[in-house]
Design a protein around this ligand. Structure first.
Ligand code: KIV
Length: 289
């Protein structure tokens, strides 16, 4: 694991709690490989999540459900090699923690041992609260995730905001409180009306990181490929595209293909040279064959 540069000390979990206390916003972003980790580090993110959104953004699945522990571990190891300052959180994929406390602890331990992540994240309330408690008791920090939980969205009415009625907002609140009480160090609020999130956030003692939960949460998270416009499929309303890299990537590849076809690439500056006498000797040898 690399050390943080001296001028930018490593972010600790306690620093995130202190930021909430001071009202300083926490910036979290996902990353899935070494280049995205380097960009997250250089851009100054406080927390980096190897999200199971990797299933769609880098592995080409059509939901988060199919991604495996082995796939997530491979991505997380690449991210670890590119990070020093931010807290690194690994998302536990669907099916890797729900069945029992023992399975949840064993999966979380695999992530910590094999990737060097600082914490794991799991989705939902209900039995996930027990799993979170068991992992925390095993000495591994846990981030919770309530509101829209993509791993189980289909069984819960699909991809829609949660908490549009007072009752549903209270369910979100109670789920978050239960995760806090289970020992989570932080919690993601996904796709929750801004008013509900702003009423709930001050009542939660741990940092609340929002994605589609308005401005009142203690921090924000966005998916790397969404915010840079690398993944340019249909986006949720909360996605803000700060760049249009997909267009630029396609334009770059098209320019390369065009220059290859027109024999404009490689130009003189891309070629290796050979001493003239060696070239003459080569010609003679070839002619003699
Ligand atoms: O997998 C992911 O990217 C996430 C974030 C949206 C919080 O869980």
């Amino acid at each position: 694991m690399s050390a943080a540069p001296a001028d930018r000390p490593r972010v600790r979990l306690g620093d995130l709690a202190a930021m909430k206390e001071r009202g300083e916003k926490i910036a979290m972003i996902t990353a899935y490989d070494h280049p995205s980790a380097l960009a997250a580090e250089a851009g100054g993110a406080d927390v980096v999540l190897v999200g199971d959104s990797a299933a769609m953004t880098v592995l080409g699945y059509d939901s988060t459900v199919p991604v495996t522990v082995d796939e997530m571990i491979m991505l997380c190891r690449a991210v670890r090699r590119g990070l020093s300052r931010p807290v690194l959180v690994a998302d536990l994929p669907f099916g890797s923690y729900e069945a029992s406390d023992e399975i949840a602890v064993a999966t979380a331990q695999r992530f910590v041992k094999e990737t060097g992540c600082d914490a794991v994240k799991l989705e939902g309330g209900g039995s996930s609260v027990d799993r979170a408690r068991a992992i925390v008791r095993a000495g591994i920090p846990v981030m919770g995730h309530v509101g829209l939980t993509p791993q189980t969205a289909n069984g819960q009415g699909g991809y829609r905001a949660r908490g549009r009625t007072a009752e549903e907002a209270l369910e979100v609140y109670e789920g978050a409180l239960a995760l806090e009480e289970a020992g989570c160090f932080s919690i993601v609020f996904e796709a929750i009306p801004s008013d509900a999130a702003s009423a709930i956030t001050p009542r939660i003692g741990i940092p609340v990181i929002g994605i589609g939960a308005g401005p009142a949460t203690d921090g924000q998270v966005l998916v790397f490929h969404d915010l840079l416009g690398i993944y340019d499929g249909p986006a949720a309303r909360f996605v803000k595209r700060y760049e249009a890299l997909r267009e630029r990537m396609e334009a770059g590849v098209a320019a390369y293909v065009g220059e290859v076809r027109a024999a404009k690439y490689p130009a003189a500056e891309h070629r290796y040279g050979m001493p003239e006498e060696e070239y003459s000797r080569l010609q003679e040898i070839l002619a003699a064959r």
